[in-house]
Design a protein around this ligand. Sequence first.
Ligand SMILES: NC(=O)c1ccc[n+]([C@@H]2O[C@H](COP(=O)([O-])OP(=O)(O)OC[C@H]3O[C@@H](n4cnc5c(N)ncnc54)[C@H](OP(=O)(O)O)[C@@H]3O)[C@@H](O)[C@H]2O)c1
Length: 250
Amino acid sequence: MISPKTVWITGASTGIGAELVRSYTRMGCRVAASARSADKLHALEAGGAGSVHPYPVDVTDAAAIMDTVAAIEADLGPIDLAVLNAGAYTPTPVKDFTAEVVKATMDVNVLGVSNALAALMPRMVERRSGHLALMSSVAGYRGLPMAAAYSASKAAVIAMGQSLKAELDGLGVKIQVICPGFVKTPLTAQNEFPMPYLMEVEDAAQRIVEGLKSDSFEIAFPKRFAWQLKTMQRLPDGVFFPLIKKATGH
Ligand SMILES: NC(=O)c1ccc[n+]([C@@H]2O[C@H](COP(=O)([O-])OP(=O)(O)OC[C@H]3O[C@@H](n4cnc5c(N)ncnc54)[C@H](OP(=O)(O)O)[C@@H]3O)[C@@H](O)[C@H]2O)c1
């Protein structure tokens, strides 16, 4: 497949997003990089012949996202690929469960994605071309212990992608969801538990780039961990709950 020319990556200031900026610039793309931290976006360097263009924005601000998409397309041309990757994770054990934490998580992980879709999808549909990649997680397959807000938000992203896919297929726009396992980034640095199959961010970005070239709707990795969680998704509750308790202690 030919590399996309113009790529928009949200959550590009650190972690997976910043690594994707490096990957796509190595492939010669013009990459529009968004996050709230303008300083970090300006410090990003192209990994190769491509170029990086910072567009600081808060994905929870629907009007600002509309303006950002318009500005990127005016400056760099039509967005061929958007990786809607901005995300937030706050553990939610029962003792720390608040509606504010759930709202803050949903605002970034779900509404952040839908704000971007609302801004960009009509443009892609009109052009009958474009590629949308929504960042979810294997944590969206089943409600995981201590992660009520995060699991719920990532399940919502998978469902959103699934709902849109059939229609977008007929409109010439490709949509995929990305479901990584644990990746070593600032987001997971707060986890105090041992993270199975923890991956380096370079490895994760490589798998995402490869997955986005494929026709699979869902890009899930590492394979063994994703398969285990997928299997858990299909288990009856009476089997799943004791199993997850054994695996996590909760
Ligand atoms: N690491 C993992 O194990 C893992 C596994 C599965 C899925 N994921 C998902 O992968 C994505 C990237 O996570 P990561 O691990 O790379 O974490 P990260 O390094 O913490 O990156 C999160 C990115 O999102 C941006 N962001 C957060 N809130 C934002 C907002 N309101 N508006 C705009 N940008 C915002 C952050 O930048 P600013 O703070 O500068 O805004 C940052 O660039 C997330 O959606 C995460 O849920 C991660």
